[in-house]
Structure formats: structure tokens, C-alpha cells
Design a protein around this ligand. Structure first.
Ligand code: BT5
Length: 244
């Protein structure tokens, strides 16, 4: 069972940067950097993560002793933990949807972002969850726990998230990735859903076919079935909109 040591900051540049710094100093598995707001919150591929006060921003140091090719498994564990935590705060009729590799959506809006990085032999798991405060002036769909009728507080969301993560790490260590994969598939976009994968400047569109046993995305494209282990997908939303 993971034990956590939470370090709280009022404001920080990026919790991931601080967690990298602490990991490089030898901070143990389960060290958590939590900030009320971030001034330069990061997404993937140098994108920004808007981080106003009122939401959860944290990074967890994980020392799992994993071969590099299995790191991707942690993305799926994280997404399931985030989805479980959010669902404990939402009314029963509101469900999360998972989007490959690790996005969590509610009402077609992005409610959370996950950024997994590596430093030395530690993984840094950065998670943002919109609790109270939707980011302002954005052109994409976003959701918050409270905006979806939930009763969330930032600290309550943090507790639910850390408990859910410990639970999924236990399941994965006991039963392996197969248990994670099957639960993720049951809660993700249906087979046939249109996805776009961005690799560098290149975008490939196809229909979601399956998740391979190692977590790779299997996509049916005009050129046949393709397999992707990394990249960036967007889900074509009903009405032609796009969720990022
Ligand atoms: C992610 O990137 O979704 C990963 C975000 C990880 C944020 C956490 S917060 C704690 C830790 N410390 C950090 O510095 N980062 C991590 P990506 O898939 O690249 O999505 C980024 C895109 O999401 C942006 O380009 C926007 O379109 C959108 N976005 C930005 N802020 C958002 C927000 N608060 N809620 C929903 N969408 C947002």
C-alpha cells in the first residue's frame, strides 16, 4: 500500500518541476507536491495547463522499478484512479469517459489532465482536476466537478484521488496490467469512435479498434490497422466539435 507524504504550496510554477527536483534529491515513493495554483502549469508537448485557484494540482513521485517499455501502463492506472476519484464526488447519473491514453472527460468536457514524466528511475505523475473553477476564455469543452452537480472540495478530491491511486497500484501489482486494461476498455470510448493521433506535425485519423495487451492503441485507418504507443489523440465529439 502506497504511503503518501504531502507537501503543500500556496503557489508554485509547476508541481511537476518541483517533484522532479525533489526526486533528484532522493525523495521517496509517495512524495506528493500539491499547490493551490500554478503559474506555469504544463500539459504535454509544451502546452499550458491553466491552473487558477479552486482546482487540484499535484504531482506524485512513483518509484516502481519498471522496465521503460512498461511505463505506459502507469498512464492507464492513473486515468482509472482519476476517474474513480471524480465519480465519488459526482452525482450518480454523471459518469466519466476515458480517452486514450489518459484523458478523463465528463459531459464531453475535459475535467482532468495527466502528465507522466520520468527523471532518473522515478516517474513523476502530474494530475490536474477541475473542481470549482473552469479555466477562463477557452474555446474547448471543459468541465468541473461542481459544475457537473458534484459536491467536491479540493482537499476532498485530493484524498479521493490518492486513495484511488493506491487502490489501482495494488490491483496492478497483484493482478498485472490485464486487469487495468479490461476496466479501462469498459470505461473508454466505444470501438469505432473516431480518433485523431498526432505524431509530431502529422495527424492520422481512424476508428478506435482496441487496446493491445501492452497498452498500445490499435486504430483502423484508411491504410489498414495501425498501432501507436505514444502520441496524442483527439476524440471527434458529437456535432463535429472536438475535445482536447
Ligand atoms: C494534459 O496535457 O492534459 C496534462 C495536464 C497536466 C496538468 C498537471 S497539473 C499538476 C501537474 N503540474 C503541471 O505542470 N502539470 C501537471 P495536454 O493533453 O497537453 O492538454 C493540454 C490542453 O488542455 C491545453 O492545450 C488546453 O487545450 C487544455 N487545458 C488547459 N488547461 C485546462 C484545464 N484547466 N482544464 C481543461 N483543459 C485544459
Amino acid at each position: 500500500m502506497t504511503r503518501y507524504d504531502v507537501r503543500h504550496y500556496n503557489s508554485i510554477g509547476s508541481t511537476n518541476d518541483e517533484a522532479v527536483r525533489l526526486a533528484n534529491e532522493g525523495a521517496p515513493h509517495g512524495t506528493v507536491v500539491h499547490a493551490d495554483q500554478q503559474t506555469v502549469g504544463r500539459g504535454r508537448l509544451s502546452r499550458r495547463w491553466q491552473s487558477p485557484p479552486g482546482n487540484l494540482y499535484l504531482s506524485i513521485i512513483l518509484r516502481l522499478d519498471l522496465p521503460p517499455e512498461r511505463t505506459t501502463e502507469v498512464s492507464f492506472i492513473s486515468a482509472l484512479a482519476v476517474a474513480d476519484a471524480i465519480e465519488t464526488m459526482l452525482p450518480k447519473q454523471e459518469r466519466t469517459t476515458l480517452k486514450w491514453p489518459n484523458d478523463v472527460l465528463v459531459r464531453d468536457g475535459k475535467i482532468s489532465g495527466i502528465l507522466l514524466e520520468q527523471t532518473g528511475d522515478a516517474l513523476i505523475l502530474g494530475i490536474g482536476i477541475n473542481v470549482l473553477q473552469p479555466p477562463g476564455g477557452v474555446s474547448y469543452n471543459v468541465s468541473t466537478i461542481v459544475g457537473c452537480g458534484g459536491l467536491g472540495t479540493v482537499d476532498g478530491t485530493r484524498s479521493a484521488l490518492l486513495a484511488a491511486l493506491a487502490n489501482w497500484l495494488d490491483i496492478w501489482q497483484r493482478d498485472g496490467f490485464a486487469a487495468v486494461r479490461s476496466t479501462w476498455l469498459a470505461r473508454a470510448h466505444a470501438p469505432g469512435t473516431t480518433l485523431r493521433v498526432q505524431i509530431g506535425d502529422h495527424t492520422i485519423e481512424g476508428r478506435f479498434a482496441d487496446l493491445a495487451p501492452d497498452g498500445a492503441l490499435l486504430l483502423d485507418t484508411a491504410e489498414g490497422r495501425k498501432r501507436y504507443v505514444a502520441g496524442d489523440t483527439s476524440l471527434s465529439a458529437p456535432g463535429g466539435g472536438e475535445v482536447r
